[in-house]
Design a protein around this ligand. Structure first.
Ligand code: HEC
Length: 177
């Protein structure tokens, strides 16, 4: 059809006839007419779809797994000289190395025992013992296949070790004993 139209435009006389004919044809083929074509220009003119506002990401406590909510332990029966602030600091430090083996919140794993209960393998669970075992690690584990390196392989100063021990103490003495 189209080819036919253009061939007829070449002779000078016929051009004037062919032009309106071509326009009429094109008008007939115009996309977007009532018969269900598509509107070519419409995308450019369309209003921007507003982007949904992203919610704030959940707060990440250092040491907690990303997105996790670190529940603070409210310790009730701390030994003398141990404060809630130490427990909180210890919880953050605990998450940096200890959690890898002992689990988040001290729930234990295949690599290391739970620390959130009253059962102990190497010590009786007193605060000074916890400090000592953190400093020394466990070279000869009673039950678990791998050893615990001194300070769990982390580098903590004495105050930080006391804070971690405070957290472990609070974890394991939640029942009151
Ligand atoms: C590489 C793994 C690993 C890391 C990291 C680690 N531990 Fe351990 N932990 C162990 C193993 C293994 C034992 C001994 C289990 C056994 O005797 O069978 C242990 C024992 C303990 C015990 C004594 C538990 C008991 O029942 O006698 C405490 C307390 C403890 N770890 C605290 C910590 C703290 C706090 C940290 C972080 C500073 C830490 N551990 C890091 C593997 C680890």
């Amino acid at each position: 059809m189209k080819a036919d139209v253009f061939r007829r435009r070449r002779p000078a006389g016929a051009a004037w006839l062919a032009l309106p004919a071509a326009l009429a044809l094109l008008a007939g083929c115009q996309p977007g007419d009532a018969k269900g074509g598509f509107q070519k220009v419409v995308y450019r003119n369309e209003a921007q779809v507003p982007r949904a506002a992203f919610p704030d990401p959940p707060p990440v406590t250092p040491g907690a797994s990303a997105g996790g909510v670190a529940v603070r332990i409210v310790a009730t029966n701390l030994p003398g000289g141990v404060t809630q602030a130490m427990v909180d600091e210890g919880q953050d430090l605990y998450g940096t190395v200890c959690a890898a083996c002992h689990g988040q919140n001290g729930t234990g794993s295949a690599a290391a025992p739970a620390l959130n209960d009253a059962a102990w393998l190497n010590i009786s669970g007193q605060y000074p013992e916890i400090i000592t075992i953190i400093n020394n690690g466990v070279a000869a584990p009673k039950q678990f296949p791998g050893m615990m390196p001194p300070k769990g392989g982390g580098s903590f100063d004495d105050a930080q070790v006391r804070a971690i021990a405070a957290y472990v103490f609070a974890l394991s003495h939640q029942g009151g004993a």
